[in-house]
Design a protein around this ligand. Structure first.
Ligand SMILES: [Cu+2]
Length: 446
């Protein structure tokens, strides 16, 4: 019956073996103690062994645990770690430590050093895997608040016309880049990259045929350049960093010089990491008036619209872009989100020329005007021939595009001009006074 489990015994087994089990019990107990096979032992031998075992226990108990009763003494001996147990714990600890390191190495990019990404604050939701380069992270990181050198008044306006000074027949403009704090709403301040401490940068207005010179000084924490979007000019003056010129380093400057050959609505913007710098505000309008009258319909007023997307979360401003973590939550016309965008006052019968400029960096904005269609008279600075002019009430303004449209105030009232992607007419997904973001009002009176 040795080794036979009682619970597995059948009824027949129990009847048949029951008696012999009872008879063998004392021997089974001895066998559990180890030592010589009790079957082969004489009765007197078994009795001697039992006595010896008893005396061993007694001796050990007396010497090591004097004063304690036998029960406690036995427990203490049972909980004492053996060499094998100590080794097993040490081995398990080493295995767990190694597993922790290996697991971390599989999910964390150990190739990046603090020099690569030190101080960078990343947008929530950006996907950063082991193959994400440090440069990618710096590109999408928040504007470092320590680099802000100026805080614009909450009601400051961008796109203010910069008057040139005349030097040797050149119209000379000075542009300086820097990091500023800028209010896109009375309660919402962003940290942006600005020309001359405003977003958009100052409007440069010249005449076709003018010789112009622009001195650019860079006070950003990174290099930059300026590109003159759409212009016919010497290649060396075109602006793309690393392509036609060395980037202007922090504290450095560069002078651009050319003669304006075209007329129309243009703009200037950074061409050094523009995905970051232009998304943070480095752009401005460049309006070139024609040298002689153009064949376009007459108009009474004009207004320039520059679009931009923003990503601002928890006090940090990230360059908005079409990438995980970079999606925008604010949208501005000339640096302001509705309600504080401009309201244009008109009389019934007046016509306004609106210059839509695609300074927006990532998103196409279908710009719509209520109260009747407009006529597209120029595209990307080029006059649309009279026979090809079309009337529309919505025009897609993609990045880099310009549309000059003429809209007539046919009825009095408050007419909306807005992007037709409704998310772009909210402020962080919230509507205020009926809209937000890319919205403004044309207020027409009789
Ligand atoms: Cu839009």
């Amino acid at each position: 019956m040795q080794g036979h489990d009682h619970s597995r015994m059948t009824e027949g087994d129990a009847k048949e073996k029951g008696k012999s089990d009872a008879e063998n019990m004392p021997e089974m107990d001895h066998s559990k103690m180890g030592g010589p096979n009790p079957d082969k032992m004489k009765t007197s031998d078994a009795e001697k062994m039992a006595a010896m075992d008893q005396s061993k226990l007694q001796t050990a108990g007396d010497s090591e645990m004097a004063g304690m009763d036998h029960g406690t003494m036995d427990l203490s001996a049972a909980t004492r770690a053996t060499q094998a147990q100590k080794f097993a714990w040490a081995f398990l600890s080493v295995v767990l430590l190694a597993a922790g390191l290996i697991f971390s190495a599989t999910v964390v990019n150990l190739n990046l050093s603090a020099r690569d990404v030190g101080g960078a604050i990343m947008p929530p939701g950006m996907i950063m895997l082991r193959d994400t380069p440090g440069e990618s992270m710096r590109d999408m990181s928040a504007v470092d608040p320590r680099h802000v050198s100026y805080t614009a008044p909450a009601n400051a306006q961008g796109d203010s016309e910069l008057q040139p000074r005349i030097e040797n027949g050149f119209k000379v403009f000075d542009l300086t880049t820097s990091v500023i704090k800028w209010n896109i709403l009375p309660y919402k301040q962003v940290m942006g990259y600005a020309f001359n401490q405003q977003i958009p940068g100052p409007r440069l207005r010249v005449t076709q045929g003018d010789r112009i010179r622009i001195n650019v000084t860079n006070q950003l924490p990174e290099s930059t350049t300026v590109h003159w979007h759409g212009l016919i000019l010497p290649n060396a003056m075109d602006g793309p960093a690393e392509i036609t010129q060395a980037p202007i380093p922090t504290g450095g400057s560069f002078t651009y010089e050319f003669t304006t050959q075209q007329a129309g609505s243009y703009f200037y913007h950074t061409h050094d990491h523009p995905d970051r710098q232009q998304a943070l505000g480095l752009y401005g309008a460049l309006i070139i008036d024609p040298a002689s009258p153009q064949n376009i319909p007459a108009y009474d007023l004009e207004y320039t619209i520059q679009l931009q997307e923003w990503l601002e979360r928890e006090g940090y401003t990230f360059p908005a872009m079409l990438m995980e973590g970079g999606l925008p939550n604010y949208f501005t016309i000339n640096g302001k989100a509705y309600p504080p965008t401009d309201t244009i006052n008109m009389k019934v019968g007046q016509k306004i020329r609106i210059r839509f400029i695609g300074t927006n960096n990532n998103f196409i904005h279908p710009m719509h005007i209520h109260g009747g269609p407009f006529t597209i008279v120029e595209t990307d600075g080029n006059i649309v021939p009279e026979s090809a002019r079309i009337e529309k009430d919505t025009v897609n303004v993609g990045p880099g595009e310009r549309y000059d449209v003429i809209w007539e105030a046919r009825e009095s009232g408050r007419w909306l001009l807005h992007c037709h992607i409704p998310h772009h007419t909210t402020n962080n997904n919230v509507e205020e006074d009926g809209a937000g973001g890319l919205t403004m009002i044309l207020n027409v009176t009789p």
